[in-house]
Design a protein around this ligand. Sequence first.
Ligand SMILES: Cc1ncc(C[n+]2csc(CCOP(=O)(O)OP(=O)(O)O)c2C)c(N)n1
Length: 406
Amino acid sequence: INEALLELNHHGKGPVHINVPISEPLFRFTTGELPKVRVITRYQGLNVYDREYTGLIERLNNYNRRMIVAGQMSLIYLFEKKYSKLLYKHFAWLTEHTGNKIVPGIPVKNFDAALYALPEETLEKMVPDLLITYGGHIVSKRLKQFLRKHPPREHWHVSLDGGVADLYGSLTTVIEMDPFEFLEKIAYLLENRTTEFPRIWENNTRDLPEPEFAYSEMAAIGALVKSLPAPAALHLGNSSTVRYAQLYTLPEEVEVCCNRGTSGIEGSLSTAIGYSVCSDKLNFVVIGDLSFFYDMNALWNTNFGCNLRILLLNNGGGEIFQALPGLKMEDKTHRFVTATHKTSAKGWAEERGFAYLPVHNEGELTEAMATFTQPEAYSRPMLMEVFTDAAEDVRLLKEYYHQLKK
Ligand SMILES: Cc1ncc(C[n+]2csc(CCOP(=O)(O)OP(=O)(O)O)c2C)c(N)n1
């Protein structure tokens, strides 16, 4: 058809005839068959009986390989023991530091490293049939890749707003409900039988060694995480910092805040400072140099207190872009993509009344970290600037991952 007359109802005033050549915008693209579609069903809670949910519970009980992935949430949910006992054994529970404490029992947190290290035959045994998710953002690209490559038979997402976010490309069900209410509800509906699946995940991830890095960004984050006084709030900037922190075990009493999934590197310093003003804990902000300088104006305000401690990882540019696999850059591209620079925060930090701790090597790191993490009140906020070599950081990171495969 070259030209066709389309009839449109123009503002309800009866039909209008417009001459539209409809072949033109289609550029002769033809489609042999209709695309395959996946129906996503929404349940409005398990209490509101707008939809029969017994089928849902039946399927929940029939699957043997069940996984729950809890994404970013800024809260601590204390499950009563009776619920934890009923729920824990049925699922492989996965979460990241940015999820804080929102699962019953002890979750698997080092899955990103495990997914890299384990051979394909082992990984195939770790694929869930049923995936249930709640919470927001997930940092690990490997988990996204793994679940997209091995889609579960069903993916249910539980959230209060009932929004549809098909992160793994296999969403089948949206349950519009508070996730904790959902879990406590199904706790009593799960048939009491043992399944191997959670154990498989536990066994395959338990013995992965925590990294011990030579002087680098990763080593600085590791040193901080290991000496964090509790209770404390840990603010993680995008993008390498939030990934590197995930490599270490974090004390349970440390709450983790992150702008992940909202405004990227923008405003992470401002948000952290705002939070620290209302917090009676020590607030540690781990931030890359681009994110810091992008938002350095945040230090201009005068309301922050002595509970603010900023760990600035200065490797002279955006490290994440150097670490990305497959992004080889020529000199000029490298300069513009990673935004290389030679700026230090010293002048600005001292101007704003911070105690300034510069670090250039392992010895200085150990010494400065002792002051930086001392729990006693201090008369000034602190800024510790750790200078590292971006190429060396990336080399050490790759080395760590390679030796995991051995
Ligand atoms: C507002 C905004 N602009 C740009 C980006 C793209 N981006 C992602 S990470 C990054 C570089 C971050 O560099 P840095 O803060 O030094 O952290 P590093 O990667 O070195 O840890 C940029 C520009 C973003 N996420 N958000």
